[in-house]
Structures are given as structure tokens and as C-alpha cells.
Design a protein around this ligand. Structure first.
Ligand SMILES: NC(=O)c1ccc[n+]([C@@H]2O[C@H](COP(=O)([O-])OP(=O)(O)OC[C@H]3O[C@@H](n4cnc5c(N)ncnc54)[C@H](O)[C@@H]3O)[C@@H](O)[C@H]2O)c1
Length: 407
């Protein structure tokens, strides 16, 4: 546990302006006890790093569960405009202004729908409170860049909740690509096919009305993973999106893209929220000069097969058991729990010991630039250069601050 002087200094700096206009409601309901549609399931309190959860829907509740399951943080307060059950020791507010004015928080987790991220994040930053914001930081890379520069200008940490980076198999994949023990990276294929029922009460429903629900809500994870694990800049993208007749989404729920990365590496991507099967089909294949890596469960193990380095004319009818895929025994995550727990531990390191955010908002802007390039390519029906949509796409300085290490 950090001593008080090791903690991130915070305090109200209300004169510092916010770039976005959608300010939060000013109603407050500290201690309000209403009906329990959004009840806190296992929130407990302890004397530790005090966290504020902004937005107590599906993800906010998941955060509360993770924080309360023996982490060194505690849920100090919650901001949620809808009625929620009260929990001893946790103050509830309907307005972020009121929560920040009350003070006493060491860090904030912003888990509102994306449209409210900018105002919520900027208010926390104005108050000097380090922030972990859920993805996407913004649905516009320019706005995310403004938020980034603002946070850096007042030296308040801002990181983005890319929890899939914390899956053990992803870490191992990144390590094996980087150390070249299997030779050079050749190409990748990322497939995520799913039938997502956005009307199910266990899921959020705002994506039903989004312009690009698949890209902004789901593919952002995958595009970020490709950048992260392969450690290369994505130079250009050709993408197309569509909305099948059975889709319940207003915007396109399916996307296909070809990404061109540095080093002549190509990655093909297919992601759907409308498909012909309720089975999730997840497959991330990475071909290296001396072998193959396969990740076929988002939270599960990584598999590898090695070649003997020779070309086999009859490889199409290889014997079963030839070049088998063997597990690398990376620990399996309990979905959305262990990965989130590792992300939380990192956020606490950022808050308590001023560790560099991973990923930082500046790094996330590069994933958002790639996302924007996909959107632009879908409209233009042409390949789009990522740097053409955002000048900071490849880690070049934007704003007044210097970039952190970027891939
Ligand atoms: N990383 C992940 O694995 C993961 C998983 C699910 C959701 N998410 C992200 O988490 C965020 C929230 O998603 P969700 O599924 O919890 O959505 P949700 O709709 O279930 O919950 C959002 C909550 O925020 C509240 N809210 C809205 N405006 C607010 C405001 N101005 N101030 C405070 N609260 C406000 C809503 O009333 C709602 O309860 C999104 O950015 C989403 O992409 C991430």
C-alpha cells in the first residue's frame, strides 16, 4: 500500500475546462435506497485505494465485483442516474459533479456508454482524479486526442480498459512474436463470429442504435489486440461492413477488413454480431516462419505447431498428428474477471505508484485511428491509409506532449 505522499495528488481544479458539452445531471442521491434493479451484488468496503465507479450498468457492476473480490482497492462511491440499491459504506450519487465535490476518491472507473465518456473523463481529470475509462475512449479519434492532451497537460493519468491485453495467452502470443523464436511474423487471420442479442437484459442495449456497433463496441478490442500482439504499425486498411436482414442493429453489425502492417504483414479480419449460429466462433491464427500459433478461446490457452522448416508437396494430405497443435498451458482466465482483475491491479499501480498507464490514452488513439480508417474505408469502398485519418496514428506527437512508447 502506498503512503499518502506516494498517492496521486488530487484536488478540485474546476477552472480547467472540459472539451465536451454533454455534462452530467446535477441531481444527487447520496444514500438513496430505491428498488434494486441494478443491485450491488458483492460490494464490500475496506480501508484501501478508494475508487469511484461512474456508470453502474453491466460493466460497472462487473467492476464492483472484481474490486470487491479481495483486491487492494475498494468501491468508495458510485455515480448512476438510474435507481440502484444502496450498500453500506458505498455512497451513491446521480451526478459526477456531486461525487467529485465530495472528494475522497483516489481513482475513477468510467463505465458509462461511450457517448458520455468524454464529459465524465474530463471532469475527473479536472478534479485531479486518475481515470480508467472503458473502451472506446471516444467514438471520434479527434475527441480522444483532445482528452489525451488535456490529461497529459495536467499530469493526470488516463488509461483505457483494454482488458483482453491482460489475457495470459495474448501476453504469450506477443512474447513469441517479439522474441522471433518461431521466426518472422508472416501473416494473421482474426475471426470473431457471433450472434449477439442486444435486447437481452443482461447486455447493454445502446449499441442497438449506434452507427457502427460492431466496430466501435467489439472490433475495437480485436484491432487493439492485433496492434498490441504483433507490435507493428498498421499502415492501411480495406474494409467493408454490412447489416444482414436478420440484424436487430440499426448500424452495420458485420465487418470484414484486410490490414496492411509494417514488414509486409497482412492480417485478415472478420467480425459479426449477426450470424447464422448462436455459437461464438473465435479464432486468431498467427503464422510465423517456423510455426503457427492459434488462439481459439478469447480467455483460453494458446496452441502452437512447429514446422521442420521444409516445404512438403503433399501437405494437403498430411497424416493426422503431423505438426500437431500443442497447448502452451497459459492460464485460463475466468471470463471478464481475471483479465479485469489484472487490469485493475495495473490501474491501482498507476494510482498508487505512478506507473505508466497500459494502454495509455495516447496509445489508444492509435487503435481509434485504425478504427476510423476502417469506417472511412467502408464508406469510400477503397483502401485508406491510417495516418491519413489521424496525424498521430503512428505515435507521432500530437498536442503539446510527447508520446509514450507506441507500437
Ligand atoms: N471491456 C469489456 O469487456 C467491456 C464489457 C462490457 C462493456 N464495456 C464498456 O463499458 C461501458 C459501459 O457498458 P455497459 O455494458 O455497462 O453499458 P450499460 O448500458 O449496461 O451501463 C451503462 C450505465 O451507465 C449509466 N449512465 C449513463 N450515462 C451516465 C452518466 N452520464 N453518468 C453516470 N452514469 C451514466 C447508465 O444509466 C447505465 O446504468 C461501455 O463503454 C462499454 O463499451 C466493456
Amino acid at each position: 500500500m502506498a503512503s499518502a505522499d506516494q498517492r496521486w495528488p488530487f484536488g478540485p481544479h474546476w477552472s480547467v475546462g472540459s472539451a465536451c458539452s454533454n455534462h452530467l445531471s446535477d441531481r444527487e442521491s447520496g444514500g438513496w435506497t430505491g428498488p434494486p434493479p441494478l443491485g450491488v451484488s458483492q460490494v464490500t468496503t475496506r480501508p484501501s485505494t478508494r475508487l469511484l465507479i461512474v456508470g453502474f450498468g453491466v460493466r460497472g457492476r462487473a467492476w464492483a465485483d472484481v474490486i470487491s473480490a479481495g483486491s487492494r482497492g475498494s468501491v468508495h462511491a458510485i455515480v448512476e442516474p438510474r435507481p440502484i440499491a444502496s450498500t453500506p459504506g458505498v455512497v451513491t450519487y446521480t451526478s459526477l459533479e456531486a461525487a467529485l465535490e465530495a472528494g475522497g476518491v483516489d481513482g475513477a472507473i468510467v463505465a458509462t456508454p461511450p457517448a458520455a465518456h468524454c464529459s465524465g473523463v474530463n471532469m475527473c481529470i479536472s478534479a485531479g482524479v486518475p481515470v480508467l475509462c472503458e473502451k472506446p475512449l471516444s467514438d471520434r479519434v479527434e475527441e480522444a486526442a483532445e482528452m489525451t492532451v488535456y490529461a497529459e497537460s495536467v499530469s493526470v493519468p488516463l488509461l483505457v480498459g483494454m482488458n483482453f491485453r491482460y489475457v495470459a495467452a495474448v501476453q504469450e502470443l506477443r512474447r513469441l512474436v517479439s522474441d522471433k523464436s518461431m521466426g518472422e511474423l508472416l501473416f494473421g487471420e482474426f475471426r470473431y463470429l457471433r450472434n449477439r442479442n442486444g435486447k437481452d437484459p443482461r447486455l447493454n442495449d445502446y449499441p442497438l442504435r449506434m452507427e457502427h456497433p460492431m466496430l466501435l463496441e467489439q472490433s475495437i478490442h480485436h484491432l487493439d489486440l492485433i496492434r498490441y500482439a504483433y507490435g507493428r504499425k498498421v499502415r492501411a486498411v480495406s474494409a467493408t461492413s454490412w447489416n444482414p436482414t436478420t440484424s436487430i442493429y440499426t448500424g452495420d453489425s458485420c465487418v470484414a477488413a484486410v490490414l496492411r502492417l509494417d514488414g509486409d504483414v497482412t492480417v485478415s479480419y472478420l467480425g459479426t454480431w449477426t450470424s447464422g449460429s448462436d455459437r461464438l466462433e473465435y479464432s486468431w491464427r498467427t503464422d510465423m516462419a517456423r510455426g503457427l500459433l492459434v488462439h481459439s478461446d478469447p480467455f483460453g490457452d494458446l496452441f502452437r505447431s512447429m514446422t521442420d522448416g521444409a516445404l512438403h508437396v503433399n501437405s494437403w494430405n498430411a497424416e493426422p498428428g503431423d505438426q500437431p497443435l500443442v497447448p502452451l498451458h497459459t492460464p485460463r482466465c475466468r471470463p471478464f474477471f481475471d483479465d479485469t482483475r489484472l487490469l485493475l491491479d495495473h490501474f491501482l499501480d498507476v494510482v498508487e505508484f505512478a506507473h505508466e498507464p497500459e494502454p495509455s490514452a495516447r496509445d489508444h488513439c492509435q487503435s481509434l485511428a485504425l478504427l476510423q480508417a476502417c469506417i472511412d474505408s467502408c464508406s469510400a469502398h477503397a483502401e485508406v491509409g491510417v495516418a491519413d485519418v489521424f496525424p498521430g496514428a503512428h505515435g507521432q506527437p500530437f498536442g503539446t506532449s510527447q508520446p509514450h512508447a507506441a507500437v
